[in-house]
Ligand binder design. Structure first.
Ligand SMILES: C[S@@+](CC[C@H](N)C(=O)[O-])C[C@H]1O[C@@H](n2cnc3c(N)ncnc32)[C@H](O)[C@@H]1O
Length: 395
């Protein structure tokens, strides 16, 4: 975790930007009677129009940003994933379409489209659903510069379609959905929900807990969270991600969702040893643990409870088609064949690509922490991405 003293203070423009978001947060807190749940804070801090971390202009992805995602690391990620998309599109007799959710800089769209073209199975439509207007513009630029002949095939959606058949791809999107924070205290009955409050005389926002109610309380009870002997057990419950999967289950005709993210099956998520939860923030490649630090300037994220995602889909009528580590999925999808296509093994390009594949697949890097889950309807399992090493039994 970064020491705050090591971090460069945001520049004057960034501070002014954060101050505008803070004013909005204070107004919302006041209108809500003095307290908002953390999930609402996270939603505004990331997505408030024009002000949130993802909605405003800051550079987020890549070496000059705050964090690096798999598609930013290497095109081989998208090329391997395209193998799985290709297979699902071939069995989807009713449609040839892909929707990518939260497409970041647009690189994954480029890599998927170019590889699907190479495989002779370009989807008729490739849609991107992106909450951020700034990222949408960046995605357009990326497509125009890297795959201009395919750019016209891509269009942007403002909301989930009412019905859809095809493949839905979401890389590192579930972790960016607003999570509720809940706390179980030693020597205290019940479950508390952590929220945010604002004192008119204090510069910063503050944490405040309330007894959990409604859906949050119900979800926390069903998890049977560990009771700490001292202090508290603080963790996250992502109701938004579950709701999002349920909505897809209602709208998906034939096809599958391919969801890639960091997280765990439930039995490994809510461990007694994980007493501070998984919530963390990224700022200029430093990991911070205080999401109230400069709202709007830092990314906020929480690991995914993949059992909750599988349950939400299954209960709403989808089949769990596969679940495995990212490394296993990429190997099953032929990432090493994609690497072999990079040319002579002593070329600088090959060595760079091989290093990136190591990062994507080594257990101590992204290989095991990241998982892939496929949920679908009208698609027969096993899919090739889960042919070896399927871990559905761990959900
Ligand atoms: C960590 S970034 C990942 C970006 C990209 N997929 C990548 O791998 O580089 C999270 C992205 O998810 C988007 N996002 C989060 N919730 C979303 C939702 N409900 N619908 C659409 N996009 C969403 C954000 O706007 C952002 O672009």
């Amino acid at each position: 975790m970064a020491d705050f003293a090591q971090l460069s203070t945001p520049d004057a423009d960034a501070r002014a930007h954060s101050a505008r978001l803070l004013a909005l947060l204070r107004a919302e807190i006041e209108a809500a009677g003095g307290w908002i749940p953390f999930s609402r804070y996270m939603e505004l801090a990331l997505y408030a129009p024009g002000l949130g971390y993802y909605s405003a202009g800051a550079r987020k992805f890549g070496p000059g940003g705050d964090f690096i995602t798999a598609p930013e690391l290497t095109p081989l990620f998208g090329q391997a994933l395209a193998g799985q998309v290709d297979e699902i599109l071939r069995v989807c007799v009713s449609a040839s379409a892909v929707i990518e959710i939260g497409a970041g800089s647009g690189l994954l769209a480029v890599d998927l489209l170019l590889e699907l073209e190479r495989r002779g199975n370009l989807p008729e439509r490739y849609a991107i659903l992106e909450l951020s207007a700034e990222l949408r513009a960046r995605q357009q630029e990326t497509l125009n510069s890297r795959a201009p002949h395919l750019a016209a095939r891509v269009h942007w959606l403002d909301a989930l379609p009412e019905s859809f058949s095809g493949v839905v791809v979401a890389n590192e999107v579930l972790d960016a959905m607003p999570a509720h924070l809940v706390s179980i205290r030693a020597h205290a009955e019940g479950v508390f929900e952590r929220g945010v409050t604002s004192a008119p005389d204090a510069a910063a926002l503050r944490w405040a807990d309330r007894p959990a109610q409604g859906a949050v309380l119900e979800a926390a009870r069903s998890l049977a969270l560990p009771q700490p002997e001292a202090g508290e057990y603080l963790t996250e419950i992502n109701l938004a991600a579950r709701g999002w999967v349920r909505t897809w289950a209602e709208r998906l005709g034939q096809g599958a969702l391919l969801l890639i993210d960091y997280g765990y099956p439930r039995a490994e998520f809510y461990l007694p040893s994980r007493a501070n939860g998984t919530l963390r923030c990224y700022y200029q490649h430093h990991v911070l643990d205080d999401p109230l630090w400069w709202p709007g300037l830092v990314d906020i994220t929480a690991s995914v409870d993949f059992t909750a995602i599988a349950e939400a889909g299954f209960d709403a009528g989808l089949e769990v088609l596969g679940f495995t580590h990212q490394a296993q999925f990429l190997f099953n999808c032929g990432v090493l064949d994609c690497l072999a296509r990079r040319g002579p093994q002593d070329s600088a390009d090959y060595l760079r690509a091989a290093q990136a594949v190591g990062k994507l697949t080594l257990p101590q890097e992204m290989g095991e922490l990241f998982k892939v889950i496929a949920l679908g309807r009208g698609v027969e399992a096993p899919l090739s991405g889960f042919a070896r090493g399927d871990r559905v039994h761990t959900l």
